[in-house]
Design a protein around this ligand. Sequence first.
Ligand code: NAD
Length: 431
Amino acid sequence: MATEKSTVTASLPENPMLATALNKLEAAFDALDLNEGIRAFIRHPERELKVSVPIYRADGNIQVFTGYRVQHSSARGPCKGGVRFHPDVDLDEVRALAMLMSIKCAIANVPFGGAKGGVCVDPSELTKVELERLTRRYTHMILPILGKQRDIPAPDMNTNAQTMAWMMDTVSALQSESSTAITTGKPICLGGSEGRAEATGRGVVITMVEALKRLGQDPAKVSVAIQGFGNVGSHAAKIMSAEFKSKVVAVSDDTGGLYNPNGLNLDAICKHVDESPRHRLEGYSAEGTKQISNSELLTLDVDVLVPAAIENQITEKNANDIKAKLIVEGANGPVTHQADKILVDKGVILIPDILANAGGVVTSYFEWVQDLQSFFWNLEDVRSKLTEIMKRAFAEAWDMAQEKNTDLRSASFILAVKRIADAIEQRGLFP
Ligand code: NAD
């Protein structure tokens, strides 16, 4: 394996997510004392594809959108990662997210590398028919680098099971065969997996419980505040309350939060969200429960805080006011780089997104395995295998943190980079 200095040095990207990811990578390289050749290998995405995606709009005119698919690493297996439809999508963001997928898959030790894709579009401006045309044409444009043993997309921001069904159907039509294993996150009737919807929330709870065990705390005796009551936040709330008897005292969404120091009535809140026209918390009221803002929720005097909404919620402005001793990142990137340092210095235990919310990709892995075998598991199988993998990943990250005397985020990067570097070393270079 090459040991000479790489001629390519790490650039300083403007995109904060990519800059933060590269920073963490460099720290892991140093901790592992990797040679420059391997560092350069891991810094650079293997393949980047930029595509033009023309579609007929409803008025008969053609509009061209820009899309991307970046494959960061296939050293550990086929590339795996979501597709997002958002006006802010650009190459650097997709690069950063692809790299983080390599890291996340390596921490969970599922046999995937990392990828990400996206189209620069505001999907709310498209009709359902236009969205389907966009999805199918984008799939066609990136198909040369997709494949069930090459690169397997999944849903991400503003894409869902329907998007994955359209992508899978497009590939199946073009290849004249049923290609269910080409995407994950599909509807169950098209090869989706039982337990996928709850998987990320369940993984968040498993890592929380594992951390509490090591801190000598009983999950049934902790109070928890959860920001975000969507897929991740609502499932995490229900699972920790029903299965571990944790006291969920606060939840919030983009309409504001609810707080009851004696514990919220989650059944009543979920019923309200299900039945309200916008599926939001707004309008819910109950005796002993008061309305709070999202910023108040983050600084409540609770044992555990689960930011499960959007990125950049805990910053250098509010990090010093956080009272929770354990933070579990359900969302991607809810704590900024600066806030992360403040919290670590304060002694807060922070389970990073790349570990805490890996339950989604682990269950995507299960879906892929089931599709390849055309043999489907029941919910209990999925839950028990997910629990086993998440517990193992947490234990390995925790042990690495002890060994390297560092925080869990840095330890998770070290663990992942070591696995990717080992795979690269063992493969050697072609030709
Ligand atoms: P979602 O759209 O189902 O829910 C998001 C929730 O956050 C909603 O309740 C929304 O109202 C709330 N929210 C939005 N803006 C907010 C704001 N400014 N303040 C407070 N709340 C706000 O999304 P999700 O699937 O639950 O994903 C949440 C986070 O978890 C995202 O960062 C996502 O990338 C990450 N994630 C999700 C999965 C998954 O499987 N769904 C997997 C890995 C990571």
